[in-house]
Design a protein around this ligand. Structure first.
Ligand SMILES: Nc1ncnc2c1ncn2[C@@H]1O[C@H](COP(=O)(O)OP(=O)(O)O)[C@@H](O)[C@H]1O
Ligand SMILES: [Mg+2]
Length: 415
């Protein structure tokens, strides 16, 4: 077993109720129809580049063969590209990160399989489509010219192709800009095509400092949404805590992966439902109540958003068999605890002061244990005890760090 270690504000709640509707619950789209004016117009360009309906996205992805890729994200390991309107992304390894991308692929495969055994899980993981080696002439000949040239980033490289998480809908992007972007930058932020590729990192374990200055370099790409902001927007934080906990339990106990450096992002639900009612989360009776000539295409663009988990190149995979895990119990648990705290502050934290934080930790704990018990129902008593030992070890570590005056959720390597 080779563990790869890595060293590497309170807002007023001004969000309108109809905004909350399409953020939170598709089933309430009906009410929203009574005020269709605000934020409903989506230009054809926006519809194809951001949150087009499943039907449109599917069609465009079939026709998009010769369209150029655009960079929609980047990180330490790779640059991520997508074609407008297509349903996949290509993550291309930076120089020296080829092995990391292969690890990403292997962990993603294992995690996808684990998630597919838990169909009731709300938090999704993108589908894995392909891995392209840099010597695959056919693929690189067909695609290199479509990728933006970059001297620091020689092609061909290794590439991982996965399902694209569609950006948050226009109306939500506008709410984020209206609430959190400095006033003088709002118009340019709304006009910038870069902000179309908006996914929000869901930091349930972090509050902004009270009365924070609004960020001068505002960008919606990988927007770090802290707990106080989610509360100000009226987002269902308890649901997120529950979904994240179930997701982490699947990662740990079904996939036997430590979850090191994974990301939890809020993005659109790109599920290709086969029927309009299914896509809208409505039943046929509700559809019959729509006002005459309701623009169903516009409604489809506003359908649900959900949590997604991505970025697995730093994950460590344990052997799958129970005997191995029990034989290395101490190392496995300490690796899980390390990964929990070294990650960006997605998870609720134990031993926090405010009621909302305490409640989120309690929900997280309860749901994590519930999902883990379900997964380990046929396992030995010794293995069944590991999930609670993991959580207790997290609390114990937090206690120790707080005792040393290091603050909540202290990270040993990332600071
Ligand atoms: N499947 C995807 N759909 C949409 N955007 C993605 C997807 N995967 C990655 N991204 C975007 O690209 C960024 C970098 O990808 P990531 O896998 O985190 O790379 P790295 O391993 O280099 O950090 C992410 O933070 C996200 O904004
Ligand atoms: Mg990343």
């Amino acid at each position: 077993m080779a563990f790869r270690m890595r060293a590497d504000e309170t807002e007023d709640s001004g969000i309108s109720s109809e905004m909350q509707q399409f953020i939170i619950d598709n089933n309430r789209l009906l009410d929203e129809l009574s005020s269709p004016g605000e934020g409903t117009s989506i230009s054809p360009a926006q519809a194809t580049t951001s949150t087009a309906s499943s039907f449109a996205v599917f069609n465009q992805s079939q026709q998009a063969a010769e369209v150029s890729y655009q960079k929609i994200g980047f990180g330490q390991c790779g640059l991520v590209f997508s074609k407008p309107g297509s349903a996949h992304v290509v993550k291309i390894a930076r120089p020296y990160f080829s092995d990391a991308l292969w690890e990403d692929f292997l962990s993603h495969l294992r995690l996808f399989k684990a998630f597919s055994l838990h169909g009731d899980t709300q938090c999704r993981i993108p589908r894995v489509y392909s891995y392209v080696n840099k010597v695959n002439r056919a693929w690189w000949d067909a695609n290199t010219a479509l990728l933006p040239p970059n001297p620091e980033f020689p092609l061909p490289s290794q590439a991982l192709i996965t399902e694209r998480i569609l950006p948050l809908p226009l109306a939500i992007r506008n709410v984020l800009i209206d609430k959190f972007c400095p006033e003088g930058l709002r118009e340019s932020a709304k006009a910038s095509p870069l902000n179309n590729d908006c996914l929000a990192r869901m930091y349930l374990g972090r509050h902004r400092t009270p009365n924070p200055p609004l960020a001068p370099n505002f960008s919606l790409r990988n927007y770090n949404l802290c707990l106080d902001q989610m509360l100000a927007l009226g987002l269902p934080v308890q649901d997120y805590a529950r979904e994240m906990a179930a997701c982490l339990a699947i990662i740990h106990w079904q996939a036997r992966v430590d979850g090191y450096d994974i990301e939890f992002v809020l993005g659109s639900d790109a599920e290709y439902a086969t029927h309009v009612a299914q896509s809208l989360g409505m039943d046929v009776e509700q559809l019959e109540q729509l006002p005459k000539h309701s623009d169903v295409e516009v409604l489809l663009q506003r359908r649900g958003v959900r949590l997604w988990v991505i970025d697995f190149n730093l994950c460590n995979r344990f052997a799958m068999d129970d005997a191995f895990i029990l034989g290395h119990e101490k190392e496995v648990l300490s690796q899980l605890v390390l990964a929990f705290f070294e990650n960006d502050p997605y998870y609720p934290l134990p031993l926090m002061e405010t009621n909302v934080d305490r409640q989120l930790w309690s929900i997280f704990r309860q749901e994590y244990l519930k999902k883990a018990a379900e997964i380990l129902s046929g396992a030995s008593q010794a293995l069944k005890r590991l999930p609670v030992k993991f959580l207790d070890a997290c609390v114990e570590r937090e206690h120790r760090k707080l005792g040393k005056g290091l603050g909540h959720g202290h990270r040993d390597f990332k600071g």
